[in-house]
Design a binder for this molecule. Structure first.
Ligand code: ADP
Length: 161
């Protein structure tokens, strides 16, 4: 069984995330999407809400499972005996950041390999923080997130300008 993890905040899940999940899940027997619950970070959606959205959206892919994790990803991987991390890369800025993180993870556990997956060109400039800002100001996010997430964003920002 070849397994990989795809960790992230997914606050909220975007079409960019879903594209990576779809492509990565076709390459492995199982893809474990690990939803971060970092106590130092402030999220718009709770971890449970993010998992519920991802469950609905990635549900059709039978080899995708979901976990909430509030500690180092390497600890999760040790616990689950998984050795591959998938990270999506939008451009050179993402790459230099992700490269450093991969070095840190390697130093923590030499058995871990990080694989970078370039974004689909449609989602090149798509990031969750921009989606939230746009949604807050009632901008059109329909090309960035699926309708389910669009609805969830509307509920989070009911009285925004
Ligand atoms: P962000 O807030 O930047 O969307 P996340 O922590 O939710 O970040 O990202 C989880 C993973 O998904 C990371 O590997 C990130 O590079 C990747 N990712 C995020 N957006 C995209 C996108 N538009 N295309 C490809 N990968 C993406």
């Amino acid at each position: 069984m070849l397994k990989a993890v795809f960790p992230g905040s997914f606050d909220p899940p975007t079409l960019g995330h879903l594209n990576i999940i779809e492509r990565a899940s076709s390459l492995f027997d199982e893809l474990v999407v690990v939803v971060a619950e970092n106590p130092q970070k402030k999220y718009l959606f709770s971890a449970e809400e993010r998992v519920t959205l991802l469950q609905e959206l990635a549900g059709p892919q039978k080899n995708v499972s979901l976990f909430i994790w509030n500690s180092l990803i390497v600890e999760f991987m040790r616990q689950q005996d998984i050795h591959i991390i998938i990270r999506g890369v939008r451009g050179t800025d993402d790459f230099s950041y992700e490269f450093e993180i991969s070095m840190i993870n390697k130093a923590l556990d030499t058995t871990i390999e990080t694989l970078f997956m370039p974004t689909d060109p449609r989602y090149f400039v798509l990031r969750a923080s921009a989606v939230k800002e746009l949604a807050f100001f009632r901008g059109d996010v329909s090309s960035m997130v699926p309708p389910l997430v669009e609805e969830a964003l509307k509920k989070k920002y009911p009285g925004s300008p």
